[in-house]
Structure formats: structure tokens, C-alpha cells
Design a protein around this ligand. Structure first.
Ligand code: PLP
Length: 361
């Protein structure tokens, strides 16, 4: 069996050693005679798996003690609503920066329950840059300030955080969690769907400062109240058990292979650098994003000719480089190179692109 290089934006590739370990433990987890898939979430065996994943995430991300870690269902998209429902606790105002489709979806949910303000947007240029932010334009009494840290579809990322003072900063880190260090103490809430850089689909990690829990609006459904999950160790109802287990394996892999997030970042910079260097020197392909705002995780590029793009995507697929088609709203190509993508995958992709350019340039 030949494994391909999978450049999917999510669900995305997982480290091969993690898949092998999950396979080896599939029928009999650690001498229990059962699969993790079959375990009661109330069992002592499963609680140990859950606790280990949380402890590893806390260790790797250096999460301070005054933050709760929740493993929820409903995807990052549910957080678009959970954030306003729980954080609109005083002025019922919030600031949003529109840097792409996910940020815009988050804003729309924020606007349903309070006064959501757009402080900046990069929609004028198809979200190909991160707008400059002027703190003088921020809402002084906002209940929170929301950003999408890495814009999966457009391939941009924040490299400098907005100066929000006492206003809690909230960030969607679905496509950059674990890719580089994040100073958690600068945020009120961080959230991420697992299926980009952490595990298979099904789980959303929420990292929330404790003082922001317990102020949900009256209309908040029980399942959308952070307090419900904080008070019950994410087990008010059945958590996404198997995904939490695989997230633990991925965190162990990250520690063994890279040690910490500084080293993970260095590896990701090297990987992304290979692809961006090629794009900057290519006569056929070009990157679509302003250089200073380039993502380490998602790299969109185009030839400028739709037929050529389609030819490239199809020939790349035949050569074992799959899921390179760009998002339907952007066109062209996108290579998502999350933590699990080995450097050889990017080197081989660049070789393939150079060869394609020779034949079609
Ligand atoms: C994929 C993605 C989402 C949506 O995640 P779901 O888990 O499918 O709801 C939200 N935000 C970002 C930045 C994403 O990359």
C-alpha cells in the first residue's frame, strides 16, 4: 500500500506513527480487552486517557492554571455562537476583525446576540492580507475582541496581536493550534476544531480564562454554556471520546519528535519556506498573499490560468499529491502543510511543481 502526500485543509493528514499506534491499540487498548471506541466515558480507563490528553495539551501549550480546558463537540462553528452567548456579560458589545470566511461567520453569530462591530476587514482584496489595527478605533467597553488567528482558506495569519488592554481577546486557532507557541495568558478564550492540526474531526478544544465562565446570557442553551462543561470536566454528556484519545497520541508524537512548540515552529517555518521560496522564484506559479502575512500552515497559489490550475491539480493527484485544489471561493491551489506533513512531502511537491513548470511554462 502506498500512502500519498495529503495537502487537505481539514480533515487533514495525521502522523503515520499515530495511525499505526491507534491501529495497534484498536482491538485491545492497554490490556483492557476493549477498543477505546467501545469504552464507557465514565470508566476509570477512559478517564485516564482523557486526563492524559488534557495534561499533555496543558504542558505543550503551557496553559496557565487559571484557564480551563474543555473538549467539546459541535466544531469551531459552534464556538462562533458560544463565545457571544457566554461573553456578552456587560455592555453586550464586541469587536471583530474580518480576515476571511470563518472570521465573518463568527462575526455574524456575534451580531445576533449583541452589538458586534467590525473594526477592520481585508475583504476589499479577497482577504489576502491582515489589516492594520489602530487601538483608537477599538470599542473601549467591549465585552471581547475576536480574531481568527490563521485564515485557513486565504492563507494569512496574525503575527502581531491587537492591543486590547482589559478587553478579553478571543481567537479562533483551529488551523494553527500546536503549530507554534502561543502566549495563552494574552487571551480570554482560544478555540480550535481538532481536525486541522490535532486529531480527526469531532472535538473542539476550548481554552478559557476562569473568570469568563459563569456569565452566560439567559437564553443560552445548557449545552452552549461553558459553565456546564467546566463544572462537569467536559462530561456533562458523552464527550468525543475517540478523538480525544487520538489527540493524546498526536501530542505525545509532537513531544517525542519535536520536544516543544518552539521546535515545532522552526520545522514549520523551514517547511513553509521551501514552498514560498519556490513560489517567489517561479515564472508559472505565484502565491496570493501579502508576504508579511503569510500563513505557515495554508499556502494558496495560482498560475493565473484556470485550465492550467486544473491540469496541475489533476496531474499532481496522479503523482500522489492529493487535495491541492484551492477553496471553492478562491480557486487555484492550496497546499495545507500542517504539523504532520513531513518536510519530504513539501520537497517532493516543489520538485513536482518545478517539473510541471518546465513542461508547461
Ligand atoms: C475549519 C475551520 C473552522 C470550522 O471548523 P468546524 O469544526 O468545521 O466547525 C473554523 N475556523 C477555522 C479557522 C477553520 O479552519
Amino acid at each position: 500500500m502506498a500512502r500519498v502526500y495529503n495537502f487537505s485543509a481539514g480533515p487533514s493528514m495525521l502522523p503515520e506513527s499515530v495511525l499505526k499506534r491507534a491501529a495497534a491499540e484498536m482491538l485491545d487498548y492497554n490490556g483492557t480487552g476493549e477498543s477505546v471506541m467501545e469504552m464507557s466515558h465514565r470508566s476509570k480507563e477512559y478517564q485516564a486517557i482523557f486526563d492524559r490528553t488534557e495534561a499533555l495539551l496543558r504542558e505543550v501549550m503551557e496553559i496557565p492554571d487559571n484557564y480551563k480546558v474543555l473538549f467539546l463537540q459541535g466544531g469551531a462553528s459552534s464556538q462562533f455562537a458560544m463565545v457571544p452567548l457566554n461573553l456578552y456579560r456587560n455592555s453586550k458589545k464586541a469587536d471583530y476583525v474580518l480576515t476571511g470566511q470563518w472570521a465573518t461567520k463568527a462575526y455574524k453569530e456575534g451580531a445576533r446576540y449583541g452589538e458586534a462591530n467590525v473594526v477592520a476587514s481585508s475583504k476589499d482584496k479577497t482577504f489576502t492580507y491582515i489589516p492594520d489595527l489602530d487601538p483608537a478605533t477599538f470599542t473601549k467597553d467591549a465585552d471581547y475582541f475576536h480574531i481568527c488567528m490563521n485564515n485557513t482558506i486565504y492563507g494569512t495569519r496574525f503575527t502581531k496581536l491587537p492591543e486590547t488592554g482589559d478587553v478579553p481577546l478571543v481567537a479562533d486557532i483551529s488551523s494553527c493550534i500546536l503549530s507554534e507557541p502561543i502566549d495563552v495568558s494574552k487571551f480570554g478564550v482560544l478555540y480550535a476544531g481538532a481536525q486541522k492540526n490535532m486529531a480527526p474531526a469531532g472535538m473542539t478544544a476550548v481554552i478559557i480564562r476562569e473568570d469568563l465562565i459563569g456569565h452566560a446570557m439567559d437564553i443560552t442553551p445548557t449545552m452552549f454554556n461553558y459553565q456546564t462543561h467546566a463544572d462537569n470536566g467536559s462530561m456533562f454528556n458523552t464527550p468525543p471520546c475517540y478523538t480525544i484519545y487520538v489527540a493524546g497520541l498526536v501530542l505525545e508524537w509532537l513531544k517525542e519528535e519535536f520536544g516543544d512548540l518552539e521546535h515545532m515552529k522552526a520545522y514549520n517555518e523551514k517547511k513553509a519556506g521551501i514552498l514560498y521560496d519556490f513560489l517567489d522564484n517561479s515564472k508559472l506559479f505565484k502565491g496570493t498573499v501579502v508576504k508579511k502575512d503569510r500563513s505557515l500552515m495554508n499556502v494558496p497559489f495560482v498560475t493565473g490560468d484556470e485550465e492550467m490550475d486544473a491540469k496541475f491539480v489533476s496531474e499532481a493527484k496522479a503523482a500522489g499529491f492529493i487535495n491541492l485544489k484551492g477553496h471553492r471561493t478562491v480557486g487555484g491551489m492550496r497546499a495545507s502543510i500542517y504539523n504532520a506533513m513531513p518536510i519530504e512531502g513539501v520537497e517532493k511537491l516543489v520538485d513536482f511543481m518545478a517539473d510541471f513548470e518546465k513542461k508547461n511554462g
